[in-house]
Each structure stands twice: as C-alpha cells, then as structure tokens.
Design a protein around this ligand. Structure first.
Ligand code: BG6
Length: 463
C-alpha cells in the first residue's frame, strides 16, 4: 500500500462522547427524539468526552495513524444566531492536539447526524435556512481547527440519515414522506457545496470531501428489466449523493422521474451552479454491504429496517422501482447485513472509474452481540471479516484504484443508532456495566499488525 496510507478507526460525536448536557452543549435532535420516545440513548455512550486521552493513546498503541471523528454542532454553536460555545471549541482543540501528540492524523467529519434541536424546531433539513447555518458552523470549524486538520468531510452519509429520517421513519424526525425526503436531500447537498465553497474561499490547508453510505448494487440477472431496477436502486442508494458531490449534478433521469410526481421547485438555477462549481476533493466511502435487487413485481412500497437484531426483519420494496432480495448463498448478521467483501472490491472499482477521485474507506465493520465481561474478547470472526474486506481493497488497489485509507468502524464499542450498545463494533471493548472500562479485543492486536506492516499481514486472496 502507499507509504502514507491511513490505517485508522472511526467514531461519531453522538455515538461516543456522552456528556450530552455538559459545558454548554445544547440539545440535539437525537437527544430530544430518544428521550421523548424513552429509547436507549447516548447520554453517556462511551463517555469519550472524559476518556479521550485514554482512547487516543490506545489508538497509538494499536498502531493506528489516523482517527476519523465528528464534531458536534450542538457543542460548538449554541443557538440559531450562531453564537460560538468556547468550551466546545476547547474540547475539540484538546482532542485534535492529543491526536497530533500521539502521531494520529485527525480526519474530521463536520456533521454526523446530531442536528441541534433548535434547528429541528424550525423544520430541520426541510428549512432552507439550515443550509446557511451549517455553512456558518463549518466556517467556525475551519477557522478554529483548520491550522491542524488536513482532512475534512462535510457530511456523514446524507442518504442514510435522511432516508431513515424522512422515508423509512426509524430515525428522527420519523416521517414517511417522499416530498420531504427530496427537499431535505436537496438542502443537505446544497449545504455541502456551500461548505466546500467556504473552504476554498478561505484557502484553508488540506482537502475536503464527503462521506457516503456506499451500497454498490448488483442485479439478480442481466435482463433489461433487472438492469433498469439496478439503475433505480443505484439512484436511490448512491447517485444522488455521489454524482452531486463529485460531478456537481443530480442524476438527470432521477430528477426527471421525480419531477413527474413531486415538486422540484426548490432546485434554483443559482444554487445548482454553486453545487456544480464546488465539488469535493475526495470520496469517503463507508461499506457495510451491497444491495442485490430484482425488478419490482407487485404490492405497495415497503421499507422496513432491522433495528432489533431479529434476523429477517428487513424489507425494501420501492413500488415501480426495484425490490431488494437476500442472496440465499450469503451469510447475514442478526441485523440482516450481508457479509460480502467482494461487493467492496466491485464498488471501489465502479466508484473510481466513474468519479476519478481519491477514495478513503471511511467505515467498515460488523455489529454483533458480544460478551465483554471476559478479560479478552477473542473476536476471530471480526478479524476474518476485516481481513477479507481489506483484501478486497488491496485487490482494487492492485487494479489501479487510488485508495488512500481504511478506517475500522468503530474505535471502541459505542452507541449504535436505535440499536443501543448491544450491537458492538469496537476494536476495543467498553464494559458499559463496569465503569466504562476499556479492554482491547483480539481484533485490535491483529489490526496493529496490519497497520505496522502497511497491509502485508493481510492474508491475500485474488479475485
Ligand atoms: C454508518 C454510520 O451508517 O453505520 C454510523 O455512519 C453507524 O454512525 C454505522 O453506527 C453502523 O450502523 P448501525 O446502525 O449498526 O449503528
């Protein structure tokens, strides 16, 4: 691998920080939603807010040279007027400095879903004013941290948070509304372009990209009908984020089709020009699984997502567009995630050929129930999972793809959205029942060998 390859791990503010109401942090949409619905929440989470030094030292001891984390908008900006919370700035200054002292490159996501509740109250991502507010928040981040950060991502996974929030309805604000999904999607992609423009205008050091929940799409066969279903699924899952951020244009066939039934008047020519002129420097691709699809057959749209760990509770049918199916030959987790490393190789090849931008695999991992009361978690299956996915990346690099980093999800066990802390992803176990003690798992030791050898420790298998 390239000698400057980033071998790291990733977290998100709401999922690991805790300290939800400390030092001037205001409420986020997730705090309000989870509290109101009496659901497991991230009030404490892994308490990274108070354990960050220990966690960053563990990254270093684990051979990692980069840390992907997100900044919390409600910790940094206190109100709709844009007032800066100095204690929020101070916290992230300490985190960034601690990374640098430990030889860890900070890879910073500006927004990972924790919208301040004061903006959710005016309509959240349906309120066009949020775009400008986000741009202001991004500028505050560039101004305060930009002298030490070289990697910025405007958003984490617009598709995942907006489709879950506005269409599937399992995330806040819990809606099932196509028009709202479209409007929120447009506003978020426009906000991303505004931040890229601000970044370029300010001549800050480093590069800026976007992070996408990458779901490469395969068809069950090669018929014309299936190819159309694949294109529909690709537009639904990927193209509206990646084409827009990387090429500066929403997919024309998608816009044309949606315009037949929905209102697209939000898309103003002067804003589309800003999107066109402010494309990203790199792509961050999070990979968990591909999507296998067949042509739509019958019935109403069904969008059910497994947030319970009860196998077989996922259902994705978009009326007249496509149906997602489970490959009977594949292995799935209890949360219905297909284990399919080959999909990462195929997806990287497709994305690099189409967008011709450097790529970072910004998340990859697998969530399971684990007993962490033991002195050492021997997560051999996680090691095998990671080995096979890194092998897929290395095969894509061998074929000429420009891939510059791999971030395991997650650095330590943390709060998984709606699934709580029982769905564990960490390289380091967090004992939520005993003082949040950290204990590196076997996968942490294995990942150190991989990072130290710059990938040579991976058991290779050519495709
Ligand atoms: C990604 C997100 O979608 O997947 C993370 O960026 C998330 O925030 C991760 O935790 C795993 O998903 P989940 O739903 O299992 O927590």
């Amino acid at each position: 691998m390239h000698k400057e390859f980033l071998w790291g791990s990733a977290t998100a503010s709401y999922q690991c920080e805790g300290a939800w109401n400390e030092d001037g942090r205001v409420e986020s949409m997730w705090d309000r939603y989870l509290h109101e619905h009496h659901l497991e929440n991230g009030d404490i989470a892994s308490d990274f807010y108070h354990h960050y030094k220990e966690d960053i030292k563990l990254m270093k001891a684990g051979g990692q040279n980069a840390y992907r984390f997100s900044l919390s908008w409600p910790r940094i900006i206190s109100d709709r007027e844009g007032t800066i919370n100095p204690l929020g700035i101070d916290f992230y200054n300490r985190v960034i400095d601690c990374c640098l002292e430990n030889g860890i490159t900070p890879f910073v996501t500006i927004y990972h879903w924790d919208l301040p509740q004061y903006w959710q109250e005016t309509g959240g991502w349906l309120d066009h004013n949020v775009c400008e507010a986000y741009d202001h928040y991004a500028k505050v981040c560039f101004d305060n941290f930009g002298d030490r950060v070289n990697y910025w991502a405007t958003f984490n996974e617009p598709k995942w948070c907006l489709v879950n929030g506005y269409l599937i309805g399992n995330y806040p604000p819990g809606e099932h509304d196509v028009q709202h999904t479209m409007n929120a999607a447009y506003n978020m992609m426009f906000a991303s372009a505004l931040a890229v423009r601000t970044f370029r205008q300010g001549n800050y050091q480093g590069k800026i990209g976007i992070v996408h929940s990458y779901t490469p799409v395969d068809g069950v066969d090669d018929t014309i009908q299936t190819q159309i279903a694949v294109r529909n699924a690709d537009n639904y899952s990927n193209n509206w984020v990646l084409d827009t951020a990387a090429l500066g244009e929403f997919p024309m066939d998608l816009v044309t089709r949606l315009s037949q039934d929905y209102d697209i008047s939000l898309m103003k020519p002067e804003e589309l020009k800003i999107i066109k002129d402010n494309t990203v420097d790199f792509l961050g691709l999070n990979y968990y699984a591909r999507s296998l699809v067949k042509p739509y057959t019958h019935g109403e749209t069904q969008l059910q997502f497994n947030n319970t760990g009860k196998p077989g509770s996922t259902k994705i049918v978009l009326k007249d567009w496509f149906e997602q199916v489970m490959d009977p030959k594949s292995e799935f987790t209890e949360w219905d995630t297909e284990i399919y490393p080959r999909g990462l190789y195929d997806g990287l090849k497709k994305a690099y050929a189409k967008y011709d931008l450097p790529i970072y695999v910004t998340e990859n991992g697998v969530g399971v129930r684990e007993d962490v009361s033991v002195p050492k978690v021997h997560d051999d299956w996680r090691i095998s999972y990671m080995n096979d996915h890194i092998n897929a990346i290395m095969n894509a690099v061998d074929d000429g793809c420009d891939i510059r980093g791999y971030f395991a999800w997650s650095t330590m066990d943390l709060y998984s959205w709606k699934n709580g802390v029982e769905k564990r992803y960490g390289l380091v176990a967090v004992d939520f029942d005993h003082h949040l003690e950290r204990r590196p798992k076997a996968s942490y030791d294995w990942f150190k060998k991989v990072a130290d050898s710059n990938g040579d420790a991976i058991k290779r298998q050519a495709y």
